[in-house]
Design a protein around this ligand. Structure first.
Ligand SMILES: Cc1cc2nc3c(=O)[nH]c(=O)nc-3n(C[C@H](O)[C@H](O)[C@H](O)COP(=O)(O)O)c2cc1C
Length: 474
């Protein structure tokens, strides 16, 4: 059977195919397959969607996040196979109301045409450093500075090497060297290129220079039979990363504060294979750690055994038992704020079996229990290193507020978050929580009852309350 080489088609047909495939978010090859299938199945040929057409509702992101004001991106398209996806990226950025100006490297023009980029961006496309038409007023400097963000997609191994070395011998590298704007790279290359020692050095250097990156992802390569890390992030992922960088920086009310948090259950060993535990999932404590980190705090999270991923930017210390947890909490002091969200086991087995307990004819083993250290009370009563704000949790199944008020007094902490953990509430292990914030005000205790929320919302509200208290006390 004859094979079709797209490269050998007429330029006009190639250009049409590229535009059409980019508009439909497919590769050129996939687009040709769709056209042929439609033809064979007798479906009427559909015209290439106009580059300016709004995307069909079904292919729009559910909630395109627009940046406020007129954000402007200079998009540098490098010479890699993934360049065709950069055309889709232009659409994704534009549907988020971002103005896009494209620069194509010489190599990029082997993969996509300036015409396609220009039609999709509705702007003139720039390709040459020595372009009399735009360099009469140093156009490369304008492209470098008259934008809010520079995105390089695909960022080739070659472009990254040039950036890391500070080269400026073509328009793309000159813009990247002359800019004072943030830069987001979407690397794309063969896995061997990505893993090459030279590329590793360049990536490290660029990260040190403050350049942001999205991807590359793992997956199949364009080269037949090859797979690994090197695929460019999808256009929607790159657009989301760009939006994040374009947003005004979030307020960081806990900047400079060390927040110490405990989370999860503890496991109290009975013997080498058995333990006493509870149903805590750790989700609430992990959500608080992520919220405090997002608010600028330096966060240490001491967690019992849970199946949750470490929140980004948080120092996570994994422990098993209540005694390990107390040791690690004490080692992490001093802290400005301590939040004890862990469901620490009250008791442990008095003498842990050195070997697995066996069934014997002598009857059931008798497990004598002893009390575990009380972490909240221990830290609340410290003389020298007591954190200025100590917050406990009261997980109760009855008389919630009364028990929580008694707990504040008994433990000597400043605030308590009380929640009903009766099985019917689904709080233990679930994603939602209904809490009451009890705060000590002199001799009185204020109770603020929050509506049912996700654990992330509870975390955000708690962090906001902490930030407000810090502001009021300063
Ligand atoms: C078919 C083909 C595909 C290529 N794909 C990539 C790629 O995905 N990533 C990459 O870093 N280089 C790739 N290259 C090599 C670059 O095109 C080459 O390094 C070029 O100099 C990059 O120029 P630029 O960085 O100025 O765009 C490819 C080359 C060819 C011929």
């Amino acid at each position: 059977m004859a094979s079709l080489t797209i490269r050998k088609l007429d330029d006009a047909i190639k250009s049409h195919l590229r535009l059409r495939s980019a508009s439909n978010g497919r590769s050129v090859e996939e687009e040709v397959r769709v056209i042929l299938r439609d033809y064979c199945e007798g479906r009427p040929a559909t015209a290439a969607p106009a580059p300016t057409a709004a995307p069909a509702q079904s292919e729009r992101p559910t909630a395109p996040q627009a940046v406020h004001g007129e954000a402007r991106v200079t998009l540098i398209i490098g010479g890699g196979i993934a360049a065709y996806k950069a055309l889709d990226l232009i659409r994704r950025l534009k549907e988020r109301h971002i103005d896009v100006r494209c620069v194509l490297t010489r190599a990029a023009q082997q993969f996509v045409t300036p015409l396609a980029a220009s039609a999709l961006s509705h702007q003139r496309v720039h390709t040459d450093l020595f372009d009399a038409g735009s360099e009469f007023d140093a156009g490369h400097i304008r492209l470098a500075r008259e934008c809010d963000l520079i995105v390089v997609a695909p960022a080739t191994a070659d472009l990254m090497a040039k950036m890391a070395q500070g080269h400026a011998d073509d328009l793309a590298s000159a813009i990247l060297l002359a800019t004072n704007r943030p830069i987001l790279l979407a690397p794309a290359m063969n896995p061997l290129m990505w893993n090459n020692a030279a590329t590793r050095r360049n990536v490290l250097q660029l990260r040190r220079d403050g350049v942001a990156m999205t991807g590359p992802n793992a997956g199949e390569m364009a080269e037949a039979g090859e797979a690994g890390v090197g695929r460019m992030s999808e256009p929607t992922e790159i657009a989301a990363a760009a939006i994040d960088m374009l947003r005004p920086p979030k307020p960081r009310p806990l900047a400079g504060k060390h927040v110490l948090i405990t989370a999860g259950p503890t496991h109290e060993p009975i013997d080498p294979v058995r333990y006493i535990a509870n149903r805590s999932s750790g989700k609430q404590g992990f959500a608080i750690a992520a919220a405090a980190q997002a608010a600028g705090a330096d966060v240490t999270l001491v967690s019992g055994p849970v199946g949750l991923r470490d929140p980004a930017g948080v120092t996570v210390i994994r422990v098993e038992s209540a005694r390990d947890m107390l040791d690690q909490v004490e080692a992490a002091l001093p802290a400005d704020i301590a939040i004890f969200a862990a469901a620490v086991a009250d008791w442990r087995v008095a003498s842990e079996g050195a070997q697995k307990l066996k069934k014997t004819t002598a009857g059931m083993p008798q497990l004598a229990l002893v009390e575990n250290p009380d972490i909240l009370a221990t830290i609340s009563r410290l003389k020298d290193e007591r954190p200025p704000l100590v917050i406990g949790f009261a997980a109760e199944t009855e008389h919630l507020i009364d028990n929580a008020k008694a707990k504040i007094a008994r433990k000597g902490c400043d605030w308590i978050l009380a929640n009903d953990v009766s099985p019917a509430t689904g709080v233990m292990g679930g994603d939602r929580n209904t809490v009451h914030l009890l705060t000590r005000k002199g001799k009185d205790i204020d109770v603020d009852s929050w509506p049912v929320m996700t654990k992330e919302q509870v975390a955000d509200k708690l962090v906001a309350a902490i930030a407000k208290a810090l502001e009021e006390s300063s």
